[in-house]
Write a protein that binds this ligand. Structure first.
Ligand SMILES: *Cc1c(COP(=O)(O)O)cnc(C)c1O
Length: 484
């Protein structure tokens, strides 16, 4: 399988999986996508049903990923999947259990039983193994620099810890994460993990990452890389759980299922789009946003309008508080018939000039739900609180505020899309206990692995809001690293 950029011309050269995994963003500013989507047959689905039932999730992941990764020998890829998806890391041998809510049309697909209790672990654990494998093969070292306001940073650190070909520098806004989120990161004592509390807000942290990456000389000298959600390797890892969940709620290979997905950067749901394009029998992809409804607005009006940072509301589902949706370009590329020049003019030019683009008058926009299955909705804080309380009181099921957003919007589409609807659970309630207390009046149960993490010694340095200070710190600490 070869990969192309969403902004490339048909004549542009393609790249291999391993290259685009280490590269992240394409040189033309676009995102990498496969040159075509592999197509599933009924026979493949039948075989996969057997693989999941008898050999488990890691073996299924190997089958699915093999369709997208042809530059890693099959045995090695299987070993990578087996290391990434263990019962020890994900709590249960099934890795992604699915439960029906009562005897109704909704199911919950549990994606957040990994090391940091958020669905990002599903992709990040695989990425950690893939990075280690590829860097060893190339005898290289990578320095990952990122900014986080919560889930991404801890998920990345837990996936990369203790790997001697990787160093992680994660910038966080000093004092602005929840105590639980801080503890998840700062309790790590691994020498290759560097927590940096920046005297500033999240946007300042992101600006520093951009500034460091803009220094081409420094970037090359220290082999600076990223693990953000635009990395194709993260996206393809997520395709696997759509397949697994579909297999677990169906008994026949022609049975259609809908998915409801709490959405921020369009990463999770984009994997659903890929699975659907491959021919997995998915009816609707129900896109759920919170008050930051950039994508719901697009699906309703055809206008994609990026928000300024002071327009982004701080909500009780904070991991979906986005000003723009970084993976959305991948879907628009498909919607517009894979016309790279048109995508470049929208995402590079129109967004820079107008801060928005309008597809409402195009024939493609009219086909959005019929052809691609997308429908959408949004929720408010009150909706999420009511949903959490309702599900607890009526069914004894406790969900986090992001998942509640998905359940709320799924309810709006009941009867209009094919059931069952599998709502993707993106975090455990324990991560967002304030809202849980507001909804149900008690503090959510804390899984044993998180007991007392706030009391562990903290490993974090405080640095000023200044790219040069960060560069100096990276240079000094990397000087001591064996492969760097
Ligand atoms: C990251 C995250 C999301 C949003 O996922 P996207 O892939 O950005 O759409 C939703 N919920 C939780 C808990 C998250 O951590």
């Amino acid at each position: 399988m070869r990969y192309i950029s969403t902004r490339g011309l048909p004549s542009a050269p393609s790249a291999s999986f391993s290259d685009i995994m280490l590269e992240g963003l394409a040189a033309d500013g676009g995102l990498y996508v496969p040159a075509e989507y592999p197509q599933l047959t009924e026979r493949t689905l039948e075989q996969w049903r057997g693989v999941l039932a008898t050999e488990g999730y890691a073996a299924l992941a190997h089958r699915v990923l093999s369709l997208f990764i042809d530059d890693i020998p099959s045995d090695d890829l299987l070993a990578i999947c087996r290391r990434a998806y263990t019962a020890e890391k994900f709590g249960k041998p099934s890795i992604v259990p699915v439960d029906r809510i009562g005897d109704g049309p909704l199911w919950i697909g549990h994606l957040s039983n990994g090391p940091t209790a958020a669905f990002k672990d599903m992709a990040m654990q695989l990425l950690g193994e893939l990075f280690e494998y590829e860097l060893t093969r190339r005898d290289q070292h990578l320095t990952i620099l990122g900014a986080t306001s919560g889930d991404t940073g801890s998920s990345a650190e837990h996936a990369m810890r203790g790997r001697d070909r990787l160093s992680v520098y994660m910038l966080t806004p000093a004092g602005r994460m929840t105590p639980f989120q801080q503890a998840q990161m700062f309790a790590l004592q691994d020498q290759n993990i560097h927590n940096i509390a920046v005297d500033g807000v999240f946007d300042d942290c992101q600006d520093i990452v951009k500034a460091v990456n803009a220094d081409a000389e420094f970037k090359a000298a220290h082999r600076i890389g990223a693990v953000n959600s635009i990395n194709w390797a993260r996206l393809v890892a997520q395709v696997v759980y759509y397949v697994a969940l579909w297999l677990r709620v169906t008994t026949r290979n022609d049975q259609r299922v809908s998915f409801a997905v709490p959405t921020g950067n369009f990463g999770n749901i984009c994997a659903g789009h890929v699975a659907r394009e491959m021919g997995l029998p998915i009816d609707a992809l129900v896109l759920a946003t919170n008050e930051n409804n950039v994508l719901h607005e697009f699906l309703q009006t055809g206008v994609y309008r990026v928000r300024s940072s002071d327009e982004v509301a701080a909500t009780s589902s904070p991991s979906m508080d986005i000003s723009k949706a970084s993976n959305f370009e991948r879907f628009i590329f498909d919607l517009l018939g894979r016309d790279g020049a048109r995508v470049a003019s929208l995402f590079r030019d129109r967004l820079a000039i107008d801060g928005q683009f309008d597809l409402s008058k195009t024939p493609e926009f009219a086909r959005l739900s019929d052809r691609y299955g997308f429908v959408s909705g949004s929720s408010s804080h009150a909706d999420r609180v009511q949903t959490i309380r309702g599900l607890w009181e009526n069914n004894g099921v406790l969900i986090d505020p992001h998942t509640a957003d998905g359940v709320h919007v799924a309810h709006q589409w009941l009867g209009r899309v094919t059931a069952p609807i599998v709502v993707l659970e993106t975090a455990l309630p324990v991560k967002f206990s304030e809202t849980i207390v507001e909804a149900v009046g008690f503090v959510p149960e804390r899984p044993a692995r998180f007991a007392g993490i706030e009391d562990a010694p903290r490993r974090v340095v405080e640095l000023p809001n200044d790219p040069d200070a960060i560069k100096r710190y990276i240079a000094e600490t990397e000087a001591a690293v064996p492969y760097a």
